[in-house]
Design a protein around this ligand. Structure first.
Ligand SMILES: N[C@@H](CCC[C@H](N)C(=O)O)C(=O)O
Length: 283
């Protein structure tokens, strides 16, 4: 029977099925279907998608991520922290600091150990991208990619940012009233975004704190989104509400992330990574 070993992990409730491709073999053409299948809560394992931990020729390891609709994304913040934990604990890397290749970039990861286990991970997520053609978002290039969308007789302003994957960040007054499951999928599929977009609603609390909920491209509502939290912090700094070089605590549905946009342009993310279970999946 065709089967593979997997580990289920989460970063603040954003959970994926991880497969160690140093040991397992999955057919390339089958990957989108496997992501859909394992993610199904009734007939699969149940997850936000599938993440492959692969050998790399240009970094210590490589991460590939598939959303639960089978689409492949170019980056995943919570996934990177879990890949770092897995790589260190399974001896794929020997040092506490190492590099991870994604489709969009190479990031630096540092694991923090508590009682012989990786508890927290810090990642240098690199520089945010505001160029429309690179996000990608249609329309004329300006300093920042932003626009308004009207929904249920209200105007919502959004800032688009790429953290290796596309995000549209909308500030609202009260997070509990954000039109997450209604406007979220509309903006995700809007013609402005030819590759669709992840949609974040945020509520400003103070210079160092924001509330956050997310509608993820290809997965819908998830408990957390690492790249989305980076995009949200960057958007608040762009607006002048928060400051560079100061950690911002992003309160996500699954817990907190610490995000810092440094003066050299790099965005740093620190947060937990957790192993839930492992097993064998029968195709
Ligand atoms: N949950 C992730 C992002 C996963 C990919 C995203 N849905 C996309 O399609 O770009 C994170 O933690 O960053």
């Amino acid at each position: 029977m065709n089967s593979f070993r997997y580990t289920k992990m989460h970063g603040l409730g954003n959970n994926y099925i991880y497969v160690n491709m140093f040991e397992e073999q999955l057919e390339e053409a089958m990957l989108p279907q496997i992501a859909i299948q394992v993610s199904n809560i009734h007939t699969g394992i149940g997850s936000d998608g599938l993440i492959l931990i692969c050998p790399s020729t240009i970094a210590s390891v490589k991460m590939r991520i598939f959303n639960n609709d089978g689409s492949e994304a170019k980056n995943c913040g919570n996934g990177l922290r879990c890949v770092a934990k897995y790589a260190f604990e399974h001896g794929l890397v020997q040092s506490e600091s190492f590099t991870i290749e994604t489709i969009s970039c190479i990031v630096e990861a540092t694991v923090h150990i508590q009682q012989n286990k990786v508890d927290q991970v810090t990642i240098n997520m690199g520089k945010p991208i505001f160029q429309r053609s690179l996000i990608p978002m249609t329309g004329q290039e300006q300093e920042f990619a932003e626009d308004n969308i009207e929904f249920e007789e209200k105007e919502y302003h959004f800032q688009a940012v790429s953290m290796g994957n596309p995000h549209a960040v909308i500030e609202v007054e009260e997070i509990s009233k954000a039109p997450l499951t209604t406007l979220g999928p509309i903006l995700e599929q809007h013609e402005w975004f030819p590759e669709r977009v992840n949609v974040e609603f945020i509520e400003f609390l103070s210079e160092n704190e924001i509330n956050f909920v997310v509608w993820e491209r290809g997965s819908g509502v998830t408990e957390a989104c690492g790249t989305g939290a980076c995009a949200a912090a960057v958007a608040m700094i762009q607006k002048g509400k928060c400051k560079k070089d100061e950690p911002i605590t992003v309160h996500l549905q699954g817990g907190d992330l610490e995000i810092t946009w440094a003066s050299d342009g790099n965005v740093w993310m620190k947060g937990p990574a957790v192993t839930i279970t492992d097993g064998i999946y029968y195709l």
